[in-house]
Write a protein that binds this ligand. Structure first.
Ligand SMILES: Cc1cc2nc3c(=O)[nH]c(=O)nc-3n(C[C@H](O)[C@H](O)[C@H](O)COP(=O)(O)O)c2cc1C
Length: 279
């Protein structure tokens, strides 16, 4: 088993951790996490890779892996690297979240960082090849009991304790009719775990429309989250798909991902993928 606890429990427990306790460690947990990262690297369909840095051992690593004061006490980081040409931002989000959930299950804290980190520091540690880019990193370690002021400000700024209600995220047949929790049936928990997913600035751009046995995933973009060197909102859809698939699997609900853009597209949403439920 890849995860140490039920995935629903892990998803409920995960929260962004920005203050780490340098004095505490759990080497067995880090070893398991590293093994899992290696496994995920093998699973990748595009040319992306993940690595776990350890500032304490890696003599080539810079003194500081800069996060503009957002993260304190972290000595290890998970780094996501993608190829600029063979690039799939949804896949990177999907796989990085698997690693985050594995870390959470092992009792380690994480915090997705897509903006507040100093790329050049991390590029040096990751020994970046030509054509590679680092879109995402996350500190990983033991959470400090007391969280700092910066964390409180970041949480308040993004409204991190809140999620959009069901009727803004999940729909039946078309984008006009909300899907209720009762009507979701066996998929109620699966969708609820999508709702609890982390997203960049907590924008929650995921939208799902159920049409018979199809769960169609779309991104509803926020202004200012443009597509330049990395599409953070596509990344968020990858996170949502990760939660959806892992929870469905845990609940014994089988299905497959397909990519077939529907004919009637909701205005202003962009299609990502469809989960074709077997039952
Ligand atoms: C793709 C992505 C990028 C993020 N980038 C940052 C970041 O640069 N700095 C930061 O402090 N938090 C960042 N976050 C954390 C989000 O603000 C956080 O996940 C969200 O507010 C929900 O809070 P929670 O993770 O505690 O549930 C990022 C999250 C995601 C998914």
């Amino acid at each position: 088993m890849d995860f140490q606890k039920p995935i629903v429990q892990i998803i409920k427990e995960r929260i962004s951790v920005r203050s780490f306790d340098k004095k505490k460690t759990d080497e067995a947990a880090f070893k398991k996490l590293e093994e899992y990262i290696n496994k995920v690297n093998e699973e990748a369909k595009t040319k992306l890779r993940f690595l776990l840095t350890d500032k304490r051992e890696d003599s080539g690593s810079p003194e500081k892996l800069g996060t503009y004061g957002i993260i304190s006490g972290a000595e290890r980081y998970i780094i996501g690297v993608l190829d600029k040409d063979d690039r799939d931002d949804v896949e990177l989000g999907y796989l990085f979240e698997k690693i985050v959930l594995c870390a959470t299950g092992l009792g380690l804290g994480t915090c997705w960082l897509g903006g507040t980190f100093k790329r050049s520091d991390f590029e040096q540690v990751a020994k970046l090849q030509e054509n590679e880019h680092i879109p995402i990193v996350s500190p990983v370690g033991i959470k400090k009991e007391k969280t700092g002021l910066v964390n409180k400000m970041m949480r308040a700024g993004a409204g991190s304790d809140k999620r959009k209600p069901w009727n803004e995220l999940f729909f039946e047949e078309s984008a006009e009719t909300p899907l209720t929790e009762d009507a979701a049936g066996a998929y109620k928990t699966v969708l609820e775990m999508v709702r609890l997913a982390p997203s960049a600035s907590n924008k929650q751009p995921w939208r799902v429309i159920r049409v018979k046995n199809e769960y169609r995933f779309f991104v509803c973009r926020n202004e200012g989250y443009g597509v330049s060197s990395y599409d953070l909102q596509k990344n968020d859809l990858g996170i949502a798909m990760c939660h959806f698939e892992l929870v469905a699997e845990e609940l014994g609900l089988s299905g497959v991902w397909v990519k077939e853009e529907p004919e009637n597209m909701p205005e202003q949403w962009e299609y990502i993928a469809t989960w074709l439920a077997a039952d």
